[in-house]
Design a protein around this ligand. Structure first.
Ligand SMILES: NC(=O)c1ccc[n+]([C@@H]2O[C@H](COP(=O)([O-])OP(=O)(O)OC[C@H]3O[C@@H](n4cnc5c(N)ncnc54)[C@H](OP(=O)(O)O)[C@@H]3O)[C@@H](O)[C@H]2O)c1
Length: 325
């Protein structure tokens, strides 16, 4: 199978390089010999210092200061890049105070800015990281049907239920495909589920916080929803795969495991009995099933869930976020 960029020095840009998913992506791209332009909001902030420690970083990684609303900053970072990975987006841990400013603008206007910059730079392929949040919030999808790439979150439903992250990701991803439909850019999107695994960055991100909280906070009660999980390294590999495989097209759901929160909590308890686990669960109607068959057909593989859990917990312990049992 023909792969792009392998063994040659291709120049690519990763937005939001210091984040959880993007840090692994930057690490893997550097390992593979890519020259990487990473955008960060503050190149001097010590929360981005880990990027400079990666193998090949001294010679092949350049950090650029750019907010998603800073078109000129993005232009400087993306100039000369044949590939662009748009990863940056706010990922709120809870409710957002001002949805328009805190969520919609950076996600939607930010994506537009990145894509306009890609047009200017004549990028060959752009990978936009979306989310299953742009897939699953669709009450019209038949309950007994597995959700695949055809399923889009319903904007009105997201608005009325105040799911602003889902709304922003849905608008941003569908707008990205408008560029592709107009024949302006070759765009592929990846929609990961809940991402867990080892953090390379020093600060804790929202999805890692969710897992940490299940080990630490001893919740009185949690809703027994379906939980869809994927390892951060498998997400970074999926993003590179859809970039490198010329035949990749459209959206790709990226998820490995699905289970009820209670089943997941029991698994955690079995592996780490001495942590402060959730005490009870309330039943909710949540039967949504997801498929990552399209991505697997492209050649994507994922690691065992136990490996992701052990690596996450070890990482939280080493960082001092969690005491050793
Ligand atoms: N983690 C998950 O479970 C999950 C699941 C599905 C999809 N995703 C998607 O995956 C991507 C990465 O998420 P993550 O989990 O790695 O989150 P993360 O660690 O919070 O990273 C998000 C990155 O976006 C940057 N960012 C946010 N607002 C920005 C702005 N206005 N201008 C420039 N940069 C901005 C952040 O920069 P600062 O550090 O400066 O804030 C950070 O580097 C996002 O697109 C997210 O929607 C994540």
């Amino acid at each position: 199978m023909e792969m792009r960029g392998v063994g040659e020095k291709e120049r690519v840009c990763v937005t939001g390089a210091g984040g959880f998913v993007a840090s692994w992506l930057v690490k893997f791209l550097l390992q593979k010999g890519y020259i990487v332009h990473g955008t960060v909001r503050d190149p001097c902030d010590k929360k981005n210092a880990h990027l400079k420690e990666f193998e090949n970083a001294p010679e092949n990684l350049q950090l650029f200061k750019a907010d998603l609303l800073d078109y000129e900053g993005l232009c400087a970072a993306i100039a000369g890049c044949s590939g662009v990975f748009h990863v940056a987006c706010p990922v709120p841990a809870g409710t957002v105070a001002n949805p328009e400013v805190d969520m919609i603008e950076p996600a939607v206007v930010g994506t537009r800015n990145v894509l306009n910059t890609c047009l200017k730079a004549k990028a060959k392929r752009v990978v936009v990281v979306s989310s299953i949040a742009a897939v699953m919030n669709n009450p019209k999808w038949p309950k007994d049907h597995t959700m695949d790439e055809e399923c889009w979150s319903d904007r009105d439903f997201c608005k009325t239920t105040k799911k602003y992250y889902s709304l922003a990701k849905t608008i941003a991803e569908s707008e990205a495909f408008e560029y592709a439909k107009r024949g302006e850019l070759d765009i592929v999107t990846v929609c990961p589920s809940n991402v867990i695994g080892t953090m390379l960055q020093p600060t804790i991100n929202s999805s890692s916080l969710l897992l940490l909280s299940m080990l630490k906070d001893g919740h009185e009660s949690l809703e027994n929803k379906n939980r869809h999980l994927v390892d951060v390294r498998d997400v970074a590999e999926a993003i590179m795969l859809v970039f490198e495989k010329p035949e990749a097209k459209g959206r790709y759901i990226c998820t490995s495991y699905a289970m009820k929160v209670q089943v997941f909590a029991n698994k955690l308890k079995g592996m780490y009995p001495n942590y402060n686990h959730t005490k009870s669960f309330t039943e909710v109607d949540d039967s949504g099933k997801l498929s990552s068959e399209k991505l697997q057909d492209l050649g994507w593989k994922y690691r065992p869930l136990e490996e992701s859990i052990v690596d996450s917990v070890t990482n939280y312990q080493e960082r001092g976020f969690l005491l050793k049992e």
